[in-house]
Design a protein around this ligand. Structure first.
Ligand code: PHE
Length: 392
């Protein structure tokens, strides 16, 4: 088996050293299965591990969170084992079924998720590791990793981003106490722990808890902070549902779990205005940050944008995400944003038309008009060939 295969498909949960690589290509992700929808541009992101790159904002935030839990450990709490190099290739069982995510939930749809085949996919959240870890008897841990979701294109959405997950169980709780009472104790522990974590990252800020829903926790909560004049959601969490623990053969024990997006936190903390910047190789970006410190990003001159519209009649099962994928695959990080600027239904034929505006702009270099025109032409042809739309 090639080195690439072992790295992508390796299911070992053992902690391996986490390396950031310039760019690794995993052709094994493109399987030829009719259900396979992993594009070249996505395959190229797998294994890059930005969250392990020294002096990278995502790594700085990850390390801050790890340090906070190490500090709790020094005060007598159990050690949180850290896993930041688990394979992002997972199964529908680990990612959805074992977490009680409904069979018809949108996150399972091929329009929203990258599949290798109908049962193997790129993880959509780091929660996919909960049951496998618990099954191995690992009950206190942190996972950091890249997650994949097919999505729209703008400054805060990118099909790959990074999450951090935390799980903690309490086998020491008196099992003769009614289950509900133990849930209450665990919930209070969770809230205090996460308030402390957020304070260790943001300093003293106003916080509020908001009720939420996740299929795998009950109760479920979100923590929001008042930061630079706005309420901002920073994480989702809750008390792990009994059935989830039972799926891992952990019986009659109560625990909590939380998950957060590293880009989201970093964008706020470092003032990073565009999610694509995390992938930048430009020294003007990379040299601004230093392990252990949070500094404000100093924007360097932006190159001018170039707008191109494409209008067409929709095909029968047209889905926006398929269009975004094609644009990204062809234009890569030259595309800043794709938005719908017009939509109508023809009064006589009932045919539906949409017009999308593509904003081309690269962070690291200037794009020439000829270059953009050439790309736009390929995009248009590819939309016809792959989506069966009819250009107008
Ligand atoms: N996995 C959830 C998400 O991606 C976050 C979460 C993790 C919520 C753990 C509760 C517990 O949105």
């Amino acid at each position: 088996m090639s080195r690439g295969l072992t790295r992508v498909f390796g299911r070992s949960l053992a902690h391996r050293a986490c390396f950031a690589t310039q760019s690794t290509h995993f052709p094994e992700l493109i399987t030829g299965d009719p259900y396979n929808n992993v594009s070249e541009s996505i395959a190229a992101k797998v294994g890059v591990n930005l969250h392990c790159q020294p002096n990278h904002p995502l790594n700085i935030i990850k390390s801050k969170i790890v340090s906070y839990f190490d500090q709790l450990h020094a005060q007598g709490q159990p050690k949180m084992q850290v896993f930041d190099n688990l394979s992002p290739v997972t199964t529908t069982e680990n990612c959805f079924d074992q977490l009680l995510i409904a069979k018809d939930h949108v996150s399972r749809k091929a329009t929203d998720t990258y599949y290798l085949n109908p049962t193997t996919l790129l993880r959509t959240h780091t929660s996919c590791h909960q049951v496998p870890m618990l099954s191995k008897g690992i009950k206190n841990f942190l996972v950091a990793g890249d997650v994949y979701r097919r999505d729209e294109i703008d400054a805060s959405h990118y099909p790959v981003f990074h999450q951090m997950e935390g799980v903690r169980f309490f086998p020491e709780l008196d099992a003769t106490l009614p289950y509900e009472e133990r849930v209450e104790i665990v919930k209070e522990h969770l809230k205090a722990t996460l308030e402390g974590m957020v304070e260790s990252i943001f300093g003293k800020v106003e916080m509020r808890w908001v009720e939420a829903y996740f299929p795998f926790t009950e109760p479920s909560l979100e923590l929001e902070i008042f930061f630079e004049g706005e309420w901002l959601e920073v994480l989702g969490c809750g008390v792990t549902r009994r059935e989830i623990a039972e799926n891992a053969n952990v019986i009659n024990e109560v625990g909590w779990a939380f998950g957060l997006g590293l880009e989201r936190l970093s964008m706020v903390l470092f003032d990073i205005p565009d999610i694509r910047l995390f992938w930048s190789q430009d020294p003007r970006f990379l040299t601004q940050f230093q392990d252990g410190v949070i500094t404000k990003f100093k924007p360097y001159s932006k190159y001018p944008p170039c707008y191109k519209d494409v209008s067409f009649w929709l095909s029968k099962d047209f889905h926006e995400n398929n269009l975004y994928e094609i644009v990204r695959d062809i234009a890569g990080d030259m595309v800043e944003k794709v938005e719908i600027v017009d939509a109508f239904v023809h009064p006589k034929t009932n045919r539906e038309s949409k017009c999308f505006r593509i904003t081309y702009r690269h962070h690291d270099r200037n794009l020439t008009n000829e270059e953009v025109d050439a790309i736009q032409l390929v995009v248009r042809e590819s939309l016809v060939a792959n989506l069966g739309i009819e250009l107008r």
